[in-house]
Design a protein around this ligand. Sequence first.
Ligand SMILES: Nc1ncnc2c1ncn2[C@@H]1O[C@H](COP(=O)(O)OP(=O)(O)OP(=O)(O)O)[C@@H](O)[C@H]1O
Length: 680
Amino acid sequence: MTQLNHPVTVLKGVGEKRQAALQTLGITTVGDLMAYYPFRYDDIQEKNLLEIQDQEKVVLKGTVISDAVVTHYGYRKSRLVFRMMIEQAVVNVTFFNQPFLKKQISLSEDIAVFGKWDARRRALTGMKIIASKEGELSDFAPIYHVNKHVRQSTLVDLIRQAFAEYGAGIEENLPQWLLEKYRLMPKGQAMFAMHFPQTNDENRLARRRLVFEEFFLFQLRMALLKQEETATAFGNAILYDVERLKQFTRQLPFELTAAQKRVINEICGDMRRPNHMHRLLQGDVGSGKTVVAAVSLYAAVTAGYQGALMVPTEILAEQHAESLQQLFEPFEVQTALLTSSTKAAEKKQILAGLENGSINVVVGTHSLIQSDVLFHRLGLVITDEQHRFGVNQRKILREKGDNPDVLFMTATPIPRTLAITAYGEMDVSIIDELPAGRIPVETRWIRPKQVDTVLEWMRKELRQGSQAYVICPLIEESEALDVKNATEIYEHLRAFFLPEFAVSLLHGKMKPQEKEAVMQSFKDNETQVLVSTTVIEVGVNVPNATIMMIMDADRFGLAQLHQLRGRVGRGDKASYCILVANPKGETGQERMTIMTETTDGFVLSEKDLEMRGPGDFFGSKQSGLPEFRVGDMMADAVILETARKEAFTLCQETNWQKQPANRLLAEAVASLAEQQTYLD
Ligand SMILES: Nc1ncnc2c1ncn2[C@@H]1O[C@H](COP(=O)(O)OP(=O)(O)OP(=O)(O)O)[C@@H](O)[C@H]1O
């Protein structure tokens, strides 16, 4: 055990009570204390008193020139007064109701006080003593997150003590060549300078070093995971029939885009290799991922394997099953649909077919990962909308059959900084091109009072043979309210459009069969207007629908709005997206404006990330994003890229973990693996 692992009780002044107090901040060892970095610094550079505004909060630094005098008054009230000399000026300092500060104020010593400036009286109402001992008065005072159990000054004292006594025990865990290549500050020095920097620059360099280390270790872990995932020992070489595959793509109703061809080649390359595929396919809405999935599944079938496509909702499962069936029919591929509403007798047949191999491709929801689903020879698993599946569900699916290759598809373009962190262990393919002939969806932002005018316009469009979606927001707090809201809008639209056009309603509380029936009648153009909550957000494909109206659009995030908008503009007709919103806040207004300015999912994703931050980007706790201690994925994106590059290069070296220079590095990565169970 290194000394840094000693409990905090080895420090002077830490008994059981303080130990418990520190524990509330997550600090148990001396090392934890040293790595408990400040979240900001008070800049206490000298200021010209004449420049300070009245009532401005400042830190003043000077020499104590009078004893501190405490006077009590009223009920338990007190006033502590002393004078300090700043440059040539004398300033009165008063603290109210903090008589205990007296012992920190000694005649002739330097002191720095944070407080509110009274310009007329040239006096400071003190709020806090920042530093009072000699040697502590650098220009930056660290400010830590503390709570009612631990005080700033206690923490500073303990951290100083920890460094004084145990600082020498901090071992360098990055190899020398890396330190030299990127001029990184040695670890011990950097940790110290995070707390007590002398200059701004020193602090910047210290932080840079620690951010690099944090990202580098994380990416090494990713590189190792990737090696494990793709290890030859676990995979199948799916030797598909190139000729049959070519025939298949030739009969598609359209020419594949260059981007589709490229990603199909990447996927097929993975399948052919005996290594295990672990790939993420990103494509903007409507970029044609489904057909890429179809070609890949067909490839597996020509090699004598089965394929599975797993999606998050029944509506999507139905839709995909239907389009695959159409594509596969002339090629004698047996396709089945398995969801929780599949009838018992049919389910029995499907299960038998999967087990004896007579069914080649199965599409389904979570039902696919139930333990009674056995495969004859499962070679490829594709999951759609990957971040909606729990990590464990994906794992169960991967372990079905004989370690199938796995392809994850997502329609939310994930900005690179996030992708290399959240999915850092995967290969990534990107479809960055839409099929030719698509007319960009025209987006308008209107106020609620304009709705009726827009409905008049909508009626004219419907007369041309179009169909429309009207989306009501999900009211998270209350599903009942949600349905009520949707129902009201539905009634309003019915009153408006009947009898000329049929209006239907879809919401999350309906039974699967009901939803299916509503969807089907919309697809068949029996209903022209579909009022829905966000259940249709992902993947629904009804090319004849050209109008998307989103109520209270400011309640949605950019990525979600983009997904919804992606339900139209899927054919060759001009399409429209109407955002109905009256946003109060600036961000809401900004979101609406951006939506009207761009239809590029990658641009919107970057914006979304910028506006919401990495934590909320995926909008759920399943995001798999780690919490970094010092690093900030966005602000430190350049360091992140560099660290990733170096980590993946190092990982290519055989036995790098065994080299003496990398011993500590290997240990650090191993302990990281223990903490990051979310990756399992
Ligand atoms: N290369 C192509 N040329 C013309 N049309 C295409 C092409 N590829 C796909 N399509 C058509 O574009 C539409 C959208 O394709 P698909 O449903 O696969 O998109 P997607 O990427 O899954 O989008 P989303 O994530 O929005 O569901 C479909 O109607 C599909 O038939």
